[in-house]
Ligand binder design. Structure first.
Ligand SMILES: [Cu+2]
Length: 193
């Protein structure tokens, strides 16, 4: 009797240990992580008086420099492109020359190849406050919405987090199923002492 209870508890503890171990390994392992944007100048959601000559993005890993793999689209509130040349890679940093006198929100869409060889993309905005500038009074009329936004293909958002959670779900379901099966078999085989 007490031996059976002890066995049940051992199964439960072992199952939980496997689940927690898998979870912590998965979350802690750098092999699952793609490089991500950790900083930018102008800052993400920041304000600047005027557009600088270059936008700098800093990533969490050394980006892979493949021809055509690095793409940056910078547009003003009207959707007009502000890029002025090709993006440049320097280790974990990505520099994109820009030009123009925009006012209001500037959108930066980026696509790079992560240090693990996988493409990663995202976008952010910053705002040019345009203080003291007289040329920046153009109303936000969408000129040609489709032309500039199509330069970067539909963002293949990284699927690893989804995959990780799906894997954890499968592991959890399998472990729970096994636990239930063990408990049911033992309940059925309970001797009438
Ligand atoms: Cu990857």
């Amino acid at each position: 009797m007490s031996h059976r209870v002890h066995t049940f508890r051992s199964v439960l503890v072992a199952t939980l240990a496997v689940l927690l171990g898998g979870l912590s390994l998965t979350l802690a392992s750098p092999a699952w992580a793609h490089d991500e944007l950790i900083g930018a100048s102008p800052a993400v959601n920041g304000n600047v008086d005027a557009l600088p000559s270059e936008i700098t993005m800093t990533f969490s890993g050394v980006l892979i420099d493949q021809p055509g793999a690095t793409q940056v689209v910078v547009t003003d509130a009207a959707g007009s492109s502000l890029t002025d040349g090709d993006p440049k890679l320097d280790g974990t940093r990505l520099m994109q020359p820009v030009a123009g006198t925009p006012s209001g929100p500037v959108t930066v869409i980026w696509r790079v190849v992560s240090s693990d060889g996988h493409p990663v993309s995202g976008e952010y905005t910053f705002t040019v406050t345009g203080s003291g500038s007289s040329a920046a009074t153009a109303p936000a009329v969408p000129a040609s919405p489709s032309s500039s936004s199509a330069a970067v293909p539909a963002r293949p958002d990284e699927g690893v987090p989804t995959f990780v959670w799906a894997l954890l779900g499968v592991i959890a379901a399998g472990a729970l199923g096994g636990l239930v099966a063990v408990l049911m078999r033992r309940a059925r085989a309970t001797p009438e002492d």
